[in-house]
Design a protein around this ligand. Structure first.
Ligand code: SAM
Length: 221
């Protein structure tokens, strides 16, 4: 992780530790995920008006009608993804860049795509300022994946989808994992899809979550 260029204080570090304890109590057990959340200052990703809320286990607005996901949700999805250093990971829904930075911190090669141009541009500049210059950010419809850079070891969707887009399974390596919330507009079931050799896949179902909608061709219109 490069040196972050914004200020982190003992107060923030203390609040982060308490947040990690809270999400551990809620069932997150992967020590590498907990360590990444303990290390990355979430308040850097917040608008100054909301910064005092950064270590609450809640989603918050980031502009353009979008949100930075609840830390428990970030941890749950990251745990399901079973991230290994050096893996090539596509995140769909860059938003604030927080989730992508967690994956980066865990040693992944991160590709991330965002559908809202203003968020894409703002987050790209912000990550540069933070000193994260080796993440690959794209503007476009992530419901179609990112065919030009496929295949990926892992794909993580951070918006609620109406269906599992075929393109995302196609763009996984054999043995690759897709984590995606699928359901209606108000709640979605978390799915972990593992691609087998020959293109078949298995799907495991987890709890319900409430994400902002995945837009685009295979998202909500
Ligand atoms: N991962 C983000 C973070 O750490 O801040 C939070 C993601 S927010 C819950 C969902 C994001 O998905 C929004 O920024 C939204 O604009 C984006 N999104 C929705 N549909 C998309 C699509 N088809 N392709 C790419 N991004 C999309």
């Amino acid at each position: 992780m490069p040196l972050l260029k914004l200020e982190d204080t003992y107060l923030h570090k203390g609040k982060r530790k308490a947040l990690v304890r809270e999400i551990k109590q809620k069932g997150i057990s992967d020590e590498r995920v907990l360590e990444a959340i303990n290390t990355l200052p979430r308040h850097f990703f917040f608008d100054s008006a909301l910064v005092s809320h950064a270590y609450e286990d809640k989603a918050f607005p980031i502009g353009e009608g979008q949100t930075i996901s609840q830390p428990y949700t970030v941890a749950f999805q990251t745990q399901l993804l079973d991230v290994k250093p050096g893996q090539k990971i596509l995140e769909i829904g860059t938003g604030s860049g927080y989730q992508a930075s967690i994956l980066h911190l865990m040693g992944a090669e991160v590709y991330t795509i965002e559908y809202q141009k203003k968020l894409f541009e703002g987050t790209k500049k912000f990550l540069n300022r933070l000193g994260i210059t080796d993440m690959k950010l794209f503007y476009g419809d992530g419901s179609q994946g990112l065919a030009s850079h496929a295949p990926f070891d892992r794909i993580l969707v951070t918006a609620g989808a109406p269906v599992v887009p075929d393109a995302l399974i196609d763009q996984l390596v054999p043995g690759g994992i897709l984590v995606i919330p699928v359901g209606d507009r108000s709640r979605q079931k978390m799915l972990k899809i593992t691609k087998q050799k020959g293109g078949k896949y298995t799907s495991e179902e987890y709890d319900y979550f409430a994400f902002v909608p995945l837009l685009g061709k295979d998202g909500w219109r």
